[in-house]
Write a protein that binds this ligand. Structure first.
Ligand code: GTP
Ligand code: MG
Length: 597
């Protein structure tokens, strides 16, 4: 089996720990810097990269995951099976955590795998837990597999397109949580219409997609080659993929067998070795590298700030007291100016917030119109097509089918439009906020004549893209018109007119209801983005001001106390500065070496 090696996480972790230990030796303590570094360390340790295995029911998703794990952990069957997203995570001890929809969890350890698999069968399968009557939202399986140790979380998802519609829904709702996906297809049948539709939804939400053609043990070389060509053609022409997709050809069943027999040549023959290599490579080089580099830069910014405070204290201890008082006064003036600027930013932001909310209202109104026209068009078409054979039952069914796909499509569209507008609106404010905070640090550096390090990571105000929850359960039921006794005696044409009138009213109610759901969820998302931004600006500015001011004030107090041995104190601080500078230099060297980091 290939060895998974990753020296960088441990190098970075060691440096972060060194910096944390160092900060505890400082007096006065730098709590702000300590907490920030601790948060970065936690992120590095916890970084969960979600790689989902997606596909139509029975393509072999659970079998493929078992092959990657090297154990028959997940239940597999010839009937549509997996019903609950199952997360596979690394731990030394094999255990299962069940997350219930009502918010509580249950945890069970398993010394042997057969017991675990039968336990899972009762939870995550359609047979063991039909229609999810146990109310489970997800299941986490902890298992000591080398691939999982890389920080990846593998996810088994319910197959789409089976007669269990709720399974398709679970997977659709789950897509925003996937960072990458393995999309499974097989030869029997090659690619269905349902898969094409599903792929379009996946592509819109998941940025890295790998394709796996499974069950090649059934096929000859020529058949595999022509299937690959066919799949590429479908991806290009029907899904609209322009790039040349990566397609692995495997037999997951053979791969699992190879693991059980510990047979490396069968493993290679099954095609699974190639999938494995690709995943390890992808995790090590793309995702992980980017995260590590970002965290190292952020950590070095935190240290630069801590260094600045030490420098400020040293300088304040060194300069004549009168000089110190004068500079402190000038610094306070700069702070007042910064506060005025912050208030100004808040006022301007309030105006843009209002305009964006109005834009959302416009979008909602446009959608109401569009939905009405669309559904009324469906009714008219139906009437024209069927003439006198018009059936109320049939038209209700046609509409009930058309409504979810219409709103799912429009949801994508409206989310994208509003999201793009929000990013555009916030960008200049993010830049101004960064400048404002840097202006405070720069002013202190200039006034006290100490080095100033501009930040390396520019995402202090990055907006966390919280996927907001809009269910795919669109309201689509239309009630049957209950004909009163009187109405039955009306001529047919009048009865039909009455029915159509009634249908139109119901369509109007459904349109209003569904658009309101969508508008409300989007509005909440916007509110949250603005609230978060303003709070972050206020807190960050306060933190910078109080840390900078604190460093100068601490020195001033020492001076007023007319402390003895100031030169010894200065020398000690100077040696601490050197020590911290060394840690920062090592952090910078980690990613300055380019390709290796
Ligand atoms: N011949 C062959 N059969 C396979 C292969 N992989 C999986 N199968 C079989 O296909 C059937 C379905 O496998 P599962 O892994 O349960 O499929 P799934 O995609 O997880 O199915 P759902 O959970 O229902 O969506 C099982 O009988 C597997 O043994 C393969 O590579 N070759
Ligand atoms: Mg399955």
């Amino acid at each position: 089996m290939p060895q998974v090696r990753d020296p960088n996480t441990s190098d970075l972790l060691a440096l972060l720990q060194q910096a944390l230990n160092f900060l505890t030796t400082l007096e006065p303590r730098q709590d702000g810097a300590y907490h920030k570094l601790e948060a970065l360390k936690k992120r590095l340790l916890q970084e969960r990269f979600h790689l989902a295995v997606l596909g139509q029911f029975k393509r072999g998703k659970s079998t493929l995951l078992n092959a990657l794990l090297g154990a028959e952990l997940l239940p597999t069957a010839v009937l549509p099976l997996t019903a609950i997203p199952t997360f596979l995570l690394w731990d030394t001890e094999t255990r299962v955590r069940v997350l219930y929809q009502k918010g509580y969890n249950e945890e069970v350890s398993f010394p042997n795998i057969e017991d675990l698999t039968s336990f899972l069968s009762q939870l995550v399968t359609e047979t063991g837990n039909p229609h999810n009557h146990k109310g489970i939202s997800a299941v986490e399986v902890y298992y000591p597999s080398p691939l999982l140790r890389e920080g990846v979380v593998l996810i088994d998802t319910p197959g789409i397109g089976s007669t269990f519609r709720h399974n398709t829904e679970v997977t659709l709702n789950f897509l925003p949580q996937c960072d990458a996906a393995l999309f499974l297809v097989s030869a029997d049948p090659p690619v269905t219409e349902v898969e094409v539709e599903f792929l379009k939804a996946v592509r819109a939400k998941v940025s890295h997609l790998f394709f796996v053609l499974n069950k090649i043990d059934y096929l000859s070389e020529e058949e595999i080659a022509s299937l690959k060509l066919f799949l590429k053609k479908v991806l290009r022409e029907q899904v609209g993929m322009e790039e040349n997709p990566i397609i692995f050809c495997v037999s997951a069943r053979q791969g699992l067998e190879a693991k059980k027999l510990n047979d490396p040549s069968l493993w290679a023959l099954s095609g699974m070795q190639e999938v494995w290599n690709h995943l390890v490579d992808f995790l090590a080089h793309d995702k992980k590298r980017v995260l590590q580099e970002a965290l190292a830069k952020k950590a070095s910014d935190v240290i630069a700030e801590a260094l600045m405070q030490l420098d400020l204290t040293v300088r304040s201890l060194q300069m004549p007291l009168a000089d110190l008082e004068k500079r402190l006064g000038l610094f306070e003036e700069k702070l007042q100016e910064a506060e005025r600027q912050r208030v100004l930013v808040g006022d301007l932001l309030a105006g843009d917030r209002k305009r964006l909310f109005a834009f959302l209202e416009e979008q909602a109104e446009y959608l109401r119109q569009k939905a009405r026209t669309h559904f009324e068009g469906i009714v008219q078409d139906y009437i024209t097509r069927t003439g006198n054979k018009f059936s109320e039952q049939e038209i209700r069914e046609t509409l009930a089918e058309a409504i979810p796909s219409f709103f799912a499509r429009e949801l994508e569209e409206i989310s994208r439009t509003v999201e793009a507008r929000l990013t555009e609106v916030l960008r200049p404010y993010q830049e101004r906020a960064e400048e404002l905070i840097e202006a405070v640090r720069k002013a202190a550096a200039e006034l006290f004549d100490i080095p100033y390090h501009p930040p390396l990571a520019s995402d202090t105000f990055e907006r966390k893209r919280q996927p907001y929850w809009v269910t795919h359960k669109w309201e689509s039921g239309l009630a049957q018109l209950s004909e009163g006794l009187l109405a039955r005696f009306l001529p047919l044409s009048q009865r039909r007119a009455r029915m159509i009138n009634h249908l139109m009213k119901q369509i109007e109610a459904l349109v209003l209801h569904n658009v309101e759901n969508l508008r409300w969820a989007t509005l909440q998302n916007l509110e949250e983005a603005f609230r978060h931004f303003e709070a972050a600006l206020y807190e960050r500015l306060q933190a910078t001001v109080s840390a900078t001011r604190g460093a100068i004030q601490a020195a001033r107090t020492r001076r007023l106390e007319q402390a003895q041995n100031l030169s010894q104190e200065i020398a000690q601080l100077q040696s601490k500065i050197n020590e911290l500078q060394e840690i920062r230099a090592q952090l910078l060297a980690l990613f300055a070496s380019g390709g290796d980091f």
